[in-house]
Each structure stands twice: as structure tokens, then as C-alpha cells.
Design a protein around this ligand. Structure first.
Ligand code: NAG
Ligand code: NAG
Ligand code: NAG
Ligand code: NAG
Ligand code: NAG
Ligand code: NAG
Length: 399
């Protein structure tokens, strides 16, 4: 019994030593990824080691550390931990050129090695938007370009017009080990681009939140004027106001008012305040064409209003001379709709009439049939009466 236990113990020890000595003795490393400028820890472990030396070497096969002894003069490389089980070194202020395959060697016979790939991410520079000179003129074709350099791998650029994403054209150039990425947007600016924010967003694996840069466009455009009026049917004695509504950038100012091609009559009832023309009490003598005009450096625009003063307590005209142009199509539309409705109604009446006429005929046939098919007179009457119920239903249709 004791002999047997001893035998097992010896066998076990043998196996354990064999395992420790050869198969169990190997270095283990892991790939490391760091952002440029950060510190990379390179760890090499040996779980079972019979006091065999460990070494780290760089991609150029230069020895960095042999056990706890520094072999390469580089103040960025320091020892973190050295034991028979572990050799960890630290590379500070990592640059893109530090990237590559590092080797941990265990000096057994033969030498066993493990490779660890150090990946260095290049952080993209803050993006810059170029190609816009403030202000742009409506109709100009502009090319906004957003550029970021120094990223590795190449950064991704996205464009947003206010908050809506728009597609740009990407261009990537390699500069050394990193990339310069540019995304361009080319478009014709119009007034709707005025005050619009174009944002360039740079996304990269090394950034927790994207870098963003915004350019707010300023677009100059020629004026456009319109006159709004306070009353649809101006009548004598009423208070009346015209407003010259203008858009344009720069704002077209001043607004000049005129009547029938000349200056406004110099009467107290007529007050001009910037874009507003007020007539405190309308008079028939106020009839005429009123015009407002304004300019900016891109052009001049004007609008006209034909004032037609109706008598006091005028029952109300059906047309407004100023509305004719705008509301003409509306009348046509209403006329068209009415015509269509009338047409459909007529069609329905005809179809319905024909349908009822045909069913009346069917009913009569049924009545006759009911009477004929009956074996005797009584049944004929019952059949006829049964159909009579239908006849009454039909009658209701005809009312
Ligand atoms: C490297 O190791 C040091 C200490 O050993 C630790 O403070 C640091 O966070 C480690 N760096 C990385 C990138 O793991
Ligand atoms: C390993 O080294 C330690 C001291 O560093 C020593 O005590 C031990 O006996 C050595 N083991 C072997 C297997 O050489
Ligand atoms: C380490 O990186 C290298 C090179 O990128 C790759 O081929 C290898 O599969 C990686 N190993 C692990 C364990 O991720
Ligand atoms: C890429 O290189 C070309 C040719 O040198 C140059 O014209 C272009 O502007 C560069 N693009 C970027 C994004 O640097
Ligand atoms: C309209 O103007 C004329 C002449 O200016 C004046 O005689 C008349 O009383 C005015 N009518 C009204 C309703 O104010
Ligand atoms: C102004 O228009 C009204 C409506 O047609 C007309 O009765 C009146 O004579 C006009 N007055 C002038 C001065 O034209």
C-alpha cells in the first residue's frame, strides 16, 4: 500500500517536473494599443520559470531590457517589474514610429519567444473649415472644406447643415505615418443659406467625443418687396395702413413711398413711418397707385398697391383690384370644383335612375312568376303577396 503511494508520488513528481521544464515554460504577451503621446505597458509573463532570463526587444530587434538591466539608451523606456515570472516595461510619450512588433524572449534551449504588436493611434487635429469668405453673394458657388491632419487610422469626417447630415466628398492623403483627411461640400449659395450653420464633425477611435467646428454662413441677396394692406374694402373715412414688407441682406433701407409716380401728397392724414404708410381717414381723393421701393448694394425692388376708395357704407364689391392677380386662379379653381361636383351629381342621378328602372322591371317579372308557378289561386295570391312586401320596399325608393 505505502509502496504504491510512493510510486504514484514519484510518477507525479516526474510528470510535474517534465511539464514545468519544457511545455510549461513559455512567455505570454498581449497586443497593446495606445494613443500617441500616452504610455504603453508591455508585459511578458512566464507562469512556470526555472530562473531563466527574460528579455524585451523592439521592432528593430534592439534589446530594450534583459531582465532588470536596461540595454537601450532611451529615457522614455523604463522598467516596471522584473521577476522570474514577469518582465514589464513602460514606453512613455509613445510616437507613431514606436509602432510595430515587440518580442519577449525566454532564454531556454531553444529560445522561446512571444510577439506583441504595439498599435499607436494618431489623434486627429482640431478640424478647420476653409473656403468661405464672409459674406457670400447669392448665386456664388462655394466649396467648404474641412481638414484634419495627424489621424491614424484616417479619421472620418461628417457634415451637418444645421442638424441635418449632408454628404461631402472625402480625400485622404498620407503624410508620413498619419493621414490628412479633407471633406468638401460644393454648392450654390442662396438666401436660404443665410445664417445657416455648417458643422464639420471629426470622428476617430482615439476620441471619446467627436471634434466639431462650425461655420455660420452669411449670404447677401437682392431685396424683394411686397405690400400688405389693413383693409380689403377701403371705404371713405376709415383708417388704412399699407406696409412694405421687405426681405434682403443687407436689409434694404430706406423704404421710399410714392403715389402715381410722384411724391406723396403733403397732407396730414398721410403718415409715413419707415415701411408703413398710414392714412388716418380715407378720402376718395386718395385713389391711386402707391408704390414702395428699397435697395441694397445688390439691387432695387419695388411693389405697388392700387387704392380704390369706396363710398362710405358701400355694400361691398366682389373684387379687390389688388387681389385680382392673386385670386384669379382661386376663382377658376372654385368654378372648376363646382363644375366637377355638378357633373358627378348628374352622373349619379342618371345611374341611379337607370338602376331603379331596371329593378322595377325585375320586380314585375317576379310577381308574375310567383303567380304563374303557384299550383292554385290561393298560393298564387300568397306568392304575389310575399313579393308585395318587396314592392313596398321599392316604392320607398321612388319617393
Ligand atoms: C501602465 O502601468 C502603470 C503602472 O504600472 C499604470 O499606472 C498605467 O495605467 C498603465 N498604463 C496602461 C496604458 O495600461
Ligand atoms: C531561482 O532563484 C532563486 C533566487 O533568486 C533561488 O532561490 C532558487 O533556488 C532558484 N531556482 C532554480 C530552479 O534555480
Ligand atoms: C496582434 O496584432 C497582430 C498584428 O496586428 C495580429 O496579427 C495578431 O493577430 C494580434 N494578436 C492578438 C492576440 O490579438
Ligand atoms: C493630397 O495631395 C494632393 C497632391 O499633392 C493635393 O493636391 C491635395 O490637396 C492633398 N489633399 C489633402 C487632403 O491634403
Ligand atoms: C375729401 O377731401 C375733400 C377735399 O380734400 C374734402 O372736401 C372732403 O370733405 C373729404 N371727404 C371726407 C369724407 O373726408
Ligand atoms: C375714386 O374711386 C371711386 C370708385 O370708383 C370713384 O367713385 C371716385 O370718383 C374716384 N375718385 C378719384 C378722385 O379718382
Amino acid at each position: 500500500m505505502i509502496v504504491k503511494q510512493r510510486l504514484i508520488f514519484i510518477l507525479y513528481s516526474l510528470c510535474a517536473s517534465v511539464f514545468k521544464g519544457s511545455q510549461g515554460q513559455f512567455p505570454i504577451t498581449q497586443n497593446v494599443t495606445v494613443v500617441e503621446g500616452a504610455t504603453a505597458n508591455m508585459t511578458c509573463r512566464v507562469d512556470y520559470n526555472d530562473n531563466t532570463s527574460l528579455q524585451w526587444s523592439n521592432p528593430a530587434q534592439q534589446t530594450l531590457f534583459f531582465g532588470d538591466k536596461k540595454a537601450l539608451r532611451d529615457h522614455r523606456i523604463e522598467l516596471v517589474r522584473a521577476s522570474w515570472q514577469e518582465l514589464t516595461i513602460r514606453i512613455g510619450d509613445v510616437s507613431l514610429s514606436d509602432e510595430g512588433q515587440y518580442t519577449c524572449s525566454l532564454f531556454t534551449m531553444p529560445v522561446k519567444t512571444s510577439k506583441a504588436f504595439l498599435t499607436v493611434l494618431g489623434k486627429p487635429g482640431r478640424p478647420e473649415i476653409t473656403g468661405f469668405t464672409k459674406p457670400a453673394m447669392e448665386g456664388d458657388i462655394i466649396t467648404l472644406a474641412c481638414t484634419t491632419s495627424g489621424s491614424k487610422p484616417a479619421a472620418n469626417i461628417r457634415w451637418f447643415r444645421n442638424d441635418k447630415e449632408v454628404q461631402g466628398t472625402k480625400e485622404v492623403n498620407a503624410t508620413g505615418k498619419s493621414f490628412t483627411v479633407r471633406s468638401s461640400l460644393q454648392f450654390e449659395v442662396d438666401r436660404r443659406d443665410d445664417s445657416v450653420a455648417y458643422t464639420c464633425s471629426v470622428e476617430h477611435v482615439s476620441l471619446t467625443t467627436p471634434y466639431m467646428t462650425t461655420e455660420v454662413l452669411e449670404v447677401h441677396y437682392a431685396p424683394h418687396l411686397e405690400i400688405t394692406h389693413s383693409l380689403i374694402i377701403p371705404q371713405e373715412g376709415q383708417y388704412f395702413k399699407l406696409e412694405c414688407v421687405s426681405i434682403g441682406n443687407p436689409i434694404p433701407e430706406p423704404v421710399l413711398w410714392s403715389k402715381d409716380g410722384g411724391e406723396l401728397p403733403d397732407i396730414e392724414r398721410m403718415i409715413v413711418e419707415g415701411r408703413e404708410l398710414t392714412i388716418t381717414t380715407l378720402n376718395k381723393t386718395d385713389n391711386g397707385t402707391y408704390r414702395c421701393e428699397a435697395s441694397n448694394h445688390l439691387g432695387t425692388s419695388s411693389a405697388e398697391y392700387i387704392l380704390f376708395v369706396y363710398a362710405k357704407d358701400f355694400p361691398g364689391p366682389t373684387t379687390d383690384p389688388n387681389a385680382l392677380g392673386q385670386h384669379g386662379p382661386d376663382h377658376a379653381l372654385i368654378g372648376g370644383v363646382v363644375a366637377v361636383v355638378v357633373f358627378i351629381t348628374l352622373c349619379l342621378i342618371i345611374v341611379l335612375g337607370r338602376y331603379l328602372a331596371r329593378h322595377k322591371g325585375t320586380y314585375l317579372t317576379h310577381e308574375a312568376k310567383g303567380a304563374e308557378d303557384a299550383p292554385d289561386a290561393d298560393t298564387a295570391i300568397i306568392n304575389a303577396e310575399g313579393n308585395h312586401v318587396h314592392a313596398e320596399e321599392k316604392k320607398e325608393y321612388f319617393i
